[in-house]
Design a protein around this ligand. Structure first.
Ligand SMILES: *Cc1c(COP(=O)(O)O)cnc(C)c1O
Length: 407
């Protein structure tokens, strides 16, 4: 972070300038970021903040990781887009390495997380008709309450968040919602029409809700026994965040289909993917699904560099080791402003005593102290620093949290 930020307007002026021209679908914290490196960001005025959100896990490798930036630069100088009308020389290698990393056969490259979820739904339905033999247009997909899978009309059709849904109907039919972490409810909802069970291995937006030990293995056993697919949305939980490449590895579970996004693009470009067995992804034929930008050479080059970082195991190891520091620090705050927390790897949902303020207010106070986090619901804040964060930086952030909660 050497050259000064190049803008002629200050933070407050830029925030005011957004109001009349930018759709109001977000309520960001009042910080205007101008540059970043590693776990640190700098605002227009040159104030520095430790990024403890990491783009909702899109920045697992930190801001501008040198290997990812280099891969992007090299690719920008050579080839950026072909569309899938032609082959490009980066896609085969990306798909091979991503399949190997996730222990599966095939990859369907897309761009955003929501597109990966949409694609996973289409693949599951097609599999139900072509392979399972569900009568036409009768396929169902069982999902969990309090899920977050994205923002398209089909995806909000099975959201239980009224703010996300209200005013956007009519909705796509074919979804059944059961309580999360409840195998009996799942058992009752799955029948001969069921194409798939679609869940997050850890519910991120809901407040980093971690299911009981045995739930994911139970979902695997149930879906296998009942003859439907297990689709795991690892868009936020995956790619190192929890101390493993995939969060389902905590229970040694292998889903039929895994949805990836966020960190797969290295914080540089949107890259998502549906990965799964040949039996499932093989149901797609030319013309049945696609994306102009999906699998583009720039995305494939960055995605390949992301896979290379994960192949070393270093980031998964850091998440596991530093996760212990995070858990210990949070445990010391229970009863001192924190009423409870859930954590796995470098990912925590922290329930702050509502008497101390809303999650939003706590986030603003942390911002003024140089720590960027975001609330989820009510008085819960989510901590998800880049996996490159150091133990000292993490300790500093926990110290600041303690100060904000106890002063
Ligand atoms: C962020 C997220 C999505 C949607 O990803 P976008 O890139 O924002 O469309 C889907 N599922 C989960 C679990 C997510 O965290």
């Amino acid at each position: 972070m050497t050259a000064p930020a190049r803008t002629d307007r200050g933070s407050e002026e830029l925030i005011r300038a957004e109001e009349p021209v930018l759709a109001h679908n977000y309520h960001p914290l009042p910080v205007v970021v101008a540059r970043a490196e590693g776990a640190w960001v700098e605002d227009v005025e040159g104030r520095r903040y430790l990024d403890m959100l990491a783009g909702y896990s899109a920045l697992n490798f930190g801001h501008r990781h040198p290997a990812l930036i280099e891969a992007a630069h090299r690719q920008l100088d050579r080839l950026t887009l072909t569309s899938r009308a032609f082959h490009n020389d980066r896609l085969a290698g990306f798909a091979e390495r991503l399949a190997a990393l996730t222990g599966t056969d095939m990859v369907l490259p897309m761009n955003t997380g929501a597109e990966a979820v949409e694609s996973g739904i289409k693949v599951a339905r097609k599999w139900a008709y072509d392979v399972k033999g569900v009568p036409a247009d009768r396929a169902t997909i069982v999902v969990a309450a309090d899920n977050f899978h994205g923002r398209t009309t089909t995806i909000v059709s099975f959201s239980t968040d009224e703010t996300a849904r209200c005013g956007f109907g009519p909705f796509t039919p074919g979804f059944r919602i059961v309580p999360y972490n409840d195998l009996a409810a799942l058992e009752a909802a799955v029948d001969e029409t069921t194409a798939a069970v679609l869940i997050e291995p850890i519910q991120g937006e809901a407040g980093v809700l971690i299911p009981d030990d045995g739930y994911l293995a139970g979902v695997r056993e149930l879906t296998r026994r009942k003859g439907c697919l297990f689709v795991a949305d690892e868009i936020q939980s995956g790619l190192g965040r929890t101390g493993h490449t995939l969060a389902v590895e905590h229970e040694s579970v292998v889903p039929d289909v895994v949805l990836l996004g966020k960190a797969l693009g290295g914080g540089i470009v949107p890259v998502s993917a549906v990965v799964g067995s040949r039996e499932v992804l093989g149901v797609l034929h030319p013309g049945e699904h696609g994306s102009t930008f999906g699998g583009n050479p720039l995305a494939a080059a960055v995605g390949t560099a992301v896979v290379e970082l994960l192949e070393t195991g270093e980031f998964q190891r850091r998440a596991a080791e530093l996760g212990a520091v995070l858990r210990e620090g949070l445990a010391g705050l229970v009863g001192r402003g924190v009423v409870g927390f859930r954590a796995r790897g470098l990912w925590a949902g922290v329930d702050v005593d509502p008497a101390l303020g809303s999650g939003r207010e706590i986030s603003e106070r942390l911002m003024r102290e140089g720590i960027l986090v975001k609330d989820t619901h009510g008085s819960t804040i989510r901590l998800a620093p880049p996996l490159t964060v150091t133990a000292e930086e993490l300790a500093g952030a926990l110290g600041t949290l303690e100060k904000v909660l106890t002063s």
